[in-house]
Write a protein that binds this ligand. Sequence first.
Ligand SMILES: CSC[C@@H](O)[C@@H](O)C(=O)COP(=O)(O)O
Length: 355
Amino acid sequence: MTVSPSVSINNPIYPIRWQEDRVYLIDQTRLPIERAEVEIRTSEEMARAIETMIVRGAPAIGVSAAYGMVLGAGEIPAGTLEEFRSKLKTVADRLRRTRPTAVNLFWAIDRMLETADRTTGDADDIRRALWETALQIQEDDVRTCKAIGEHGLAVLPETPEKLRILTHCNTGALATAGYGTALGVIRSAWSANRLLKVYADETRPRLQGSKLTAWECVQDGIPVTLLTDSMAAHCMKQKMIDAVIVGADRIAANGDTANKIGTYSLAVVSKAHNVPFYVAAPLSTVDFSLADGSGIPIEERNPSEVYQVGSTRICPEGVDFYNPAFDVTPAELIAAIITERGAVKPGDLKSLGSS
Ligand SMILES: CSC[C@@H](O)[C@@H](O)C(=O)COP(=O)(O)O
């Protein structure tokens, strides 16, 4: 049986697909050169797929981790129920160690463990309940993103001409279960005939903007112009940008937002040019346990992502490197946070309740 989200959307890109006890992931490291799927058979393979960014983007990582738990539950040999529950926690611990910043990963794993805890019966009953929860998380994400898209439309600035929106990293179907957060708002604006074009930051060092966002826009027929990350200030000064919309990997209770490295500079530049800066994310991305952004763990990735393009070294020997994958944008730079329950000022996030 093939299981893809049953919610109908225009865009047919589903990065995660369950079929006959396997997960199939669109290999995001091979786009845009090739659209290919990787077969994931074990929880360890899923953990490595998340680490190596075959699958990436906060909501997509959450859905993948949930299916990783399903695969892990299937690997546990016959034994007592206590042994089963304890081994499931070991699977959860391995998946938790894959990437530290996107809170959706931890949110999804916790939901899976809660499912296991409250399910009565034998190990097979728990396996079945885990599979149903993973599927639910996947389907809910598509619905959630569509709702974010609708709420986003309501807060976008009213302009005499159609909008020109700048975005960073990839927040589209590939980064979620199949529609997108910030790119979902952009997609909704396009469907509503309110969008003129997208400016996509290329997003060094891994180039999610040029490899993935530009690719998704092309699939949808949305006009897209690729920029290097340092061009935003110039473009804003030239009055080429009406709004900036980005996604999030973890939002603290006060609205401070961790997102792909470069997002903070974009927010500063937006403020300087009076361009509204929006964050679009599901409530599962909000970490109400953190009062502000100072406690958000920032992933540091392999320096080769900075000093190599492909397999070619692009700087001399004897240089040091720093490769933080995310930065934290202070809440005061954010005009609104757009969620599935509405768009609010960062300080009003709590009024929406938790996911
Ligand atoms: C809807 S995805 C929002 C964020 O996860 C996205 O902007 C981002 O920073 C992704 O980072 P990545 O390192 O590619 O997983």
